[in-house]
Design a binder for this molecule. Structure first.
Ligand SMILES: [Ca+2]
Ligand SMILES: [Ca+2]
Length: 281
């Protein structure tokens, strides 16, 4: 493979981050004369954390809750969770409403914090870094993505946060993919997400579930469930799914708008679902 960088001399190279690679090779070569003291490198390996929720959002009208792990019980020590909300268009709006907030206080939020970003990553576009026990005020942006990072240190934990995200605007995609918040990783407990499906001009809407593994069994689905409603979350229930489906399955509904609701209970998580929707008329 092509070397990423080649170094010599006596100035310490800046830290580098290599993403999307399973292996990194470091080759050290010396010739037949002149020796020096050499080098020392510290490396860290990181990847998606099991508390990440990167598939949040949806078409306008979509909403859901982002809760710190274990909420309302205390969050764990030494975690880093990332959350990403997608509005589907840079002309749509994403709002974050802080329903509850209690994170170890510090004047610079050095110990535990929730940081909010305008953008798809938790690197650029920081809007603010929050800790303490005062609810931050509502954050609203016209943007395709908002992201959050929740980081905690090795001591003192609090109850954490409960944030409602909601999408508003006027751009509705004619097709798209909805998957459980952490898919393909396991979903989390106490999830509550609703996704609006409103392809412009649709009189019939098709849902293709390509993957589906939820706790429970039909028809009751009293633990974890995907519910399809006509119109909004208050509309008529058309279907309720749970359990393990070994093959993909398709449903077609006569409707101009559907809402898919994903709800989980307090225990037992599975890999979740992936659903492709499209206008079907
Ligand atoms: Ca702490
Ligand atoms: Ca469950």
């Amino acid at each position: 493979a092509t070397p990423v960088r080649k170094y010599c001399g006596s100035s310490t190279p800046a830290p580098i981050t290599i993403t999307g690679q399973q292996y990194v090779y470091i080759q050290f070569s010396t010739d037949g004369s002149v020796q020096r003291s050499g080098f020392r490198i510290r490396y860290t390996i990181s990847g998606p954390s099991d508390c990440d929720q990167l598939n949040l959002g949806g078409a306008p009208g979509s909403t859901g809750l982002i809760k710190s792990p274990n909420y309302p019980d205390n969050y764990p020590k030494n975690i880093e969770c990332k959350y990403r909300v997608n509005s589907g268009s840079s002309s749509n709006w994403i709002s974050l409403y802080f329903l509850a907030f209690n994170v170890e206080p510090n004047t610079q939020c050095r110990f535990d914090y929730l940081q909010v970003f305008n953008g798809p990553t938790t690197i650029l576009g920081s809007i603010g870094k929050y800790c303490g026990s005062t609810n931050p005020s509502t954050i609203t942006r016209t943007t395709s993505y908002m992201s959050m990072k929740f980081k905690t240190d090795g001591s003192v934990t609090r109850s954490g946060f409960n944030v409602r995200y909601s999408i508003t605007g006027s751009y509705y995609p004619s097709s798209g993919t909805i998957s459980s918040p952490s898919y393909p990783a396991n979903y989390h407990n106490n999830a509550e997400n609703s996704y609006v499906i409103k392809p412009p001009g649709a009189t019939r809407i098709q849902l293709v579930f390509t993957n589906f593994i939820l706790e429970g069994s039909e028809p009751s689905c009293q633990y974890d469930s995907v519910t399809i409603k006509r119109g909004t979350t208050h509309g008529t229930q058309l279907d309720k799914f749970c359990g393990t489906k070994s093959a993909s399955f398709t449903r077609t509904y006569t409707a101009t708008q559907l809402t898919l609701m994903f709800k989980t209970d307090r225990s037992i998580v599975r890999s979740g679902f992936r659903c492709v929707y499209s206008r079907y008329n």
